[in-house]
Ligand binder design. Sequence first.
Ligand SMILES: Nc1ncnc2c1ncn2[C@@H]1O[C@H](COP(=O)(O)OP(=O)(O)OP(=O)(O)O)[C@@H](O)[C@H]1O
Ligand SMILES: [Mg+2]
Length: 467
Amino acid sequence: MANVTKNRANKRVTPTNEVLLEAEHIIKYYGSEQKKGEQRVLVLDDISLQIHSGEFIAILGPSGSGKSTLLRILGGLIRASSGMVRYRGQEVTGPNTNLALVFQTFALFPWLTVLQNVELGLEAQPNLSRTQRTKRALAAIDTIGLDGFEDAYPKELSGGMRQRVGFARALVVEPKLLFMDEPFSALDVLTAENLRHELMRLWREGRIPTKAILMVTHSIEEAVSMADRLVVMGHDPGRIRAILQGLPLADRVAKTPAHEELVDLVYTLITQPDEDAAQIVAAAQQQGAAEVKSEPKAEPKPYQALPHVKIGVINGLAERVLRAGGREDLFVIGRELQMEIDDLLPIIEAFELLGFGEATGGDLVLTDEGRRLAESDEQADKVLFRDQECQHIQLIRQIKEALDAAENHEMDETEILEQLEEYFSPDEASRQLDTAVDWARYAELFAYDDEAGLLYLEDAAPVGNGE
Ligand SMILES: Nc1ncnc2c1ncn2[C@@H]1O[C@H](COP(=O)(O)OP(=O)(O)OP(=O)(O)O)[C@@H](O)[C@H]1O
Ligand SMILES: [Mg+2]
């Protein structure tokens, strides 16, 4: 027996050519397919992906790009609108029984002990005896480092320990596939680091029987540190922009130049959603080991969409980049601001839209206007914003022109909302207008009377408002 354990412990898991799980031309709509076109939202557009035995795959992409949806389809938890998922060549038509799931947080039962919570993972295996069940649960608890906490209740545990219970509950079924959706993002940095490290060790050393791991994450660092391949998704609609080869094991843990290059490349891809991914990767390829496998072309946007960013942050960002000499690494900026990519991305997008800078090669580079913004005082800032907004922001320019032409220099919001609703959902249309008003107000271009639903020129209060 000791031999068996020893052999297993010595078997290093590495990617093979055997296709374990395969998605072919997955398309997913949410919303009723019977209703008319607009009701249906295209969430995943033609996703094809192969997961090999021995592989650790990370899926990255902005919020709403369909990462969780893809994970659920691959696991057979929800059905695609079209396309096919195969596990070992067999079509998947329901929840894959070889699969265990780990989420950001777990719903542990507060009235059950750690042991009882872990045993719950085995509920779907009725042919196990009570003793077998307990034995397996105890082994999983031991493996995941919860030894000694068997009889503790969830409320007595730290966040990190609770997440370990979740992992134990997933691993107790000895899953062939482990899917994780942002498994470490609710944990503090050190706890996450520890748990990541231990999971990797268990897996690499073949101490859990899992054949492949799929992880959705917001952390580029995390993906680069762990994955054999990285799937970078884009949104509107969700699609694969690039599949990148991960680093050799030695470069994953250490902060080697290769590690930083790959982090930079993924940053560049995600912060430049409208650029050609193949070109970005090709540009980086001289230095890195990245390899593009697929790159469906993005459709041009019919109407400029404003990122919902409070305009006040733009100024500070320009100053920060100027202090670095007019060019700063986006990753450094994100880390300094303690921002996840999803929070940083819209800010960078706004910055670029306004013509204050350009994200290129993983850096944010100031334009001449960006430099002027960083150097000028508040009054000059407003003038700069006014110029840039009128020049670059379609919606603001349109409203300003309409207000200039209108008799009372005011207009009803419904006029503009109706137009926007041709391109956006009603909710998003109203958010677009809110953002435009926020930006325009900051530049003292025009303002908005909430109660009357009126847009009016800043220097001309709406008639009848009495102000
Ligand atoms: N059950 C649902 N019904 C309708 N729309 C949904 C449903 N689930 C998700 N969506 C929409 O589908 C899109 C993709 O969602 P999904 O959760 O897969 O994205 P994600 O990439 O995992 O995002 P996040 O990073 O925020 O977790 C989003 O626009 C979301 O609003
Ligand atoms: Mg998600």
